[in-house]
Write a protein that binds this ligand. Structure first.
Ligand SMILES: NC(=O)c1ccc[n+]([C@@H]2O[C@H](COP(=O)([O-])OP(=O)(O)OC[C@H]3O[C@@H](n4cnc5c(N)ncnc54)[C@H](OP(=O)(O)O)[C@@H]3O)[C@@H](O)[C@H]2O)c1
Length: 351
């Protein structure tokens, strides 16, 4: 029996924690080609905070309040990472799917096909999973009935592991390569460490002090600590790598980029998937083109990347780390904890 109303964390505009309100709202109804998913667990991501703050800027106006694709239609239920169960199918939908355990691909794509680009995100361009129920396109709800992972663990995967899978593919990170991962203890970073190790790469993890053990357990061959002096961090990273880096998986950006770029080998790749340490950098372009280094931007994943991730989840080949679990009603506590960045792994809320 599907109720008429549900609890949801609703974003009412750009701003501080006060614009995120717990409300009773109508349970959405699935339309053609859609299913209704009862949320079992939903994980937090950095994008929840940046979207709430409107921190993405706009082309030509870096300080404009904006979501990652520009305007956000409020009120909006955030939450891009959803694991749950199909409880209803829209008109003409496949009723046989009711009861199926699913992992939701949070991306909206610019077209059909396995290599389509993401142009929207569940919880930003449509209502997401910080609620008891969410409507998603039926073909974005992937069957994970056979996965050995629990709901909390599955919820850690879509944005962080999806983004990491996209970064590694776009950066062509391969076996026997040495790759530096920044923000290595965070959601995307830890996923990138695990997935790069699984691909046979040698990983140097850049992180805050005190997180070495978890990163080594995740497979990092070496751990380097971040600090206030980018030149010193770059030198330590180069030391740990032992030779020029084949690739850098970077969710931090900022002043480390120009400092460390010279430690990337000729023909190497630097993939940017975040800017948590600074969105603007001064770059000597000669250090880029004279060495055929590719600077690659990477946003989320393609349908093919996500299908690979689902296959890994079903086969139990990924090992997401749940750092903390809160009731949906404690969303503010969960976001505070997330913003402190002291944890290793993901924070999950359950309705
Ligand atoms: N491109 C995409 O599609 C995509 C998708 C998801 C997220 N992102 C972006 O990727 C970044 C990370 O997201 P996330 O969800 O993984 O966040 P997260 O879980 O909070 O991880 C961020 C990590 O960055 C490090 N860090 C935090 N503040 C820092 C600072 N001032 N300077 C240097 N390092 C700092 C910390 O790791 P250590 O202590 O280990 O250094 C922290 O755990 C964000 O910028 C986010 O917007 C992009």
């Amino acid at each position: 029996m599907i109720p008429e109303t549900m609890q949801a964390a609703v974003l009412t505009g750009f701003g501080g924690p006060e614009v995120l309100e717990l409300r009773t709202v109508a349970v959405p109804r699935p339309g053609d080609g859609e299913v209704l998913v009862r949320v079992a667990a939903a994980a937090l991501n950095n994008t929840d905070l940046w979207t709430r703050r409107g921190a993405y800027g706009l082309p030509g106006d870096p300080d404009a309040l904006a979501g990652w694709r520009g305007p956000v239609a409020f009120p909006r239920i955030q939450g891009g990472d959803v694991a749950g169960e199909v409880v209803a199918a829209g008109a003409g939908g496949d009723a046989a799917r009711v009861g199926e355990r699913v992992l939701v691909d949070p991306a909206f794509y610019d077209g059909p096909g396995p290599d389509a680009s993401p142009v929207g995100l569940l919880g930003s361009e449509a209502d997401g999973g910080f609620a008891e129920y969410v409507v998603v396109a039926a073909d974005r709800a992937h069957d994970v009935s056979a996965s050995p992972l629990g709901d909390d663990e599955l919820a850690c995967l879509p944005v962080a592991y999806g983004t990491a899978a996209g970064v590694l593919a776009r950066g062509r990170v391969g076996a026997d390569e040495t790759v530096l991962v920044t923000g290595a203890s965070g959601g995307v970073g830890l996923a990138a460490v695990q997935l790069a190790v699984a691909r046979g790469a040698r990983v140097v993890a850049l992180t805050a002090p005190g997180k070495d053990d978890v990163l080594r357990e995740a497979g990092a061959a070496a751990v380097v600590h971040r600090g206030p002096d980018p030149e010193a961090v770059a030198a330590a990273a180069a030391d740990a790598a032992g030779a020029a880096l084949d690739a850098v998986v970077d969710v931090v950006g900022g002043p480390l980029l120009p400092a460390l770029l010279t430690r990337v080998r000729d023909g190497g790749r630097w993939v940017i998937a975040g800017a948590i340490g600074g969105a603007s950098v001064a770059l000597d372009l000669r250090r880029l083109y004279l060495h055929n280094v590719a600077l690659v931007g990477s946003s989320m994943h393609t349908p093919a990347h996500f299908a690979g991730l689902v296959a890994d989840a079903v086969a139990g080949l990924v090992d997401p780390l749940v750092a903390a679990r809160h009731d949906l009603a404690a969303i503010h506590t969960a976001q505070d904890e997330f913003a402190r960045a002291e944890r290793v792994g993901k924070i999950v809320v359950t309705p």
